[in-house]
Design a protein around this ligand. Structure first.
Ligand SMILES: [Fe+2]
Ligand SMILES: [Fe+2]
Length: 272
C-alpha cells in the first residue's frame, strides 16, 4: 500500500492570474487553464469512485486499503479546492469553462452503474494524469518563470498524482474489474479526454483573442510534437496501459519523490 501524505500548499491563490502566465505563451497558458477547468468536476468523480469502491470491499480488504483511500481522497480534495480558486481567476480574465457543464451532463449517465466502471474510468484518467505529471516534473522549465506560485501548484499537483497513481487501479483489481473493460475504458477515455482538452483550449484561445495568431500554433506544435513534446514523450507510457500485466508502479516515480524532497518548504503536511 502507498503511504499518501495530504499537504497544504503554501501558495497565495488570492493574487490574480496573468493572461499568459505560462512563460508568456498563449498556447501553453490556454492548455493548462483548460486542464485546470476540468479538475473540480473530474476530481470529485475520482473521489466518489474510490470512496464507493472502498465501501464495496470485504472487511479484510478495507483494512488494507483504508489509509491509502483516506490519503487519496485528501489529496484530490486539496487539488479541487486550489484549482477552484485558480479557475475563479480565469473567469475574471473572461475565460468560459464549457468543459465542466459538459462533463457534469455526461456523468449523469453513470448514476446506478456498477462501481467497477466508475473505477475503470478513474484508473484510466489517473494513468493519463500520472504520465502527464511525470512529463511535467521532468520538464519544469516549460512552465516558465513568470508565476512561481502557479509553477509550484502544477508541480505539487503532479508530484501527488504520481504518488497516488495506483490507488484507483488497485481498487479496480481488488473488486474483480476485468482487463477487457480496463482497456475499453482507456480507449474511450482517450478520445473523450483529447477532444475535451482541445475544445477547451480552443475556447480559451478564442476568448483570449489569440486563436488565429501564427505564434500560438507554432508554439502549440513544438509543445505537443517537438523533441520534448507532450505527445511525443507520453505516447509510449500511455500505450503501456494496454498490456495485460501492466501496473502503474512499473512506471518510475523518482521525479515526484525528488520534487517533494527538494520543495518541502513549499507545503505543510496535514495532521503531521
Ligand atoms: Fe489531482
Ligand atoms: Fe489523481
Amino acid at each position: 500500500m502507498t503511504d499518501l501524505v495530504v499537504r497544504r500548499l503554501l501558495v497565495d491563490m488570492e493574487q490574480p492570474i496573468a493572461r499568459h502566465w505560462c512563460a508568456g505563451d498563449a498556447f501553453r497558458s490556454a492548455l493548462f487553464n483548460a486542464l485546470s477547468m476540468s479538475f473540480p468536476v473530474g476530481e470529485q468523480f475520482f473521489i466518489d469512485s474510490v470512496r464507493n469502491g472502498f465501501k464495496q470491499l470485504p472487511a479484510d480488504q478495507q483494512e488494507k486499503f483504508k489509509t491509502e483511500v483516506q490519503g487519496f481522497i485528501g489529496q484530490e480534495a486539496t487539488h479541487r479546492r486550489l484549482h477552484s480558486l485558480y479557475n475563479a481567476h480565469l473567469a475574471k480574465l473572461g475565460l468560459v469553462n464549457d468543459w465542466e457543464p459538459r462533463a457534469r451532463e455526461r456523468l449523469k449517465m453513470m448514476e446506478g452503474v456498477d462501481v467497477r466502471h466508475w473505477l475503470g474510468i478513474t484508473a484510466a484518467n489517473e494513468h493519463f494524469t500520472a504520465i502527464f505529471a511525470d512529463w511535467m516534473l521532468k520538464n519544469p522549465d516549460l512552465l516558465g518563470d513568470q508565476d512561481d506560485r502557479l509553477k509550484t501548484l502544477w508541480l505539487w499537483h503532479s508530484a501527488e498524482e504520481s504518488e497516488h497513481k495506483s490507488t484507483a487501479f488497485d481498487l479496480y483489481v481488488a473488486l474483480g474489474g476485468s482487463h477487457e473493460w480496463r482497456i475499453k475504458w482507456m480507449r474511450r477515455l482517450t478520445t473523450v479526454f483529447l477532444i475535451d482538452t482541445l475544445r477547451q483550449t480552443f475556447n480559451n484561445l478564442q476568448h483570449d483573442g489569440t486563436l488565429w495568431k501564427w505564434s500560438t500554433w507554432k508554439s502549440g506544435a513544438s509543445y505537443l510534437f517537438g523533441q520534448r513534446g507532450l505527445v511525443r514523450q507520453c505516447y509510449g507510457p500511455w500505450r503501456d496501459y494496454f498490456r495485460r500485466d501492466f501496473h502503474p508502479n512499473q512506471h518510475d516515480s523518482t521525479s515526484s519523490e525528488r520534487w517533494l524532497a527538494d520543495n518541502a518548504a513549499q507545503y505543510v503536511p496535514v495532521g503531521a
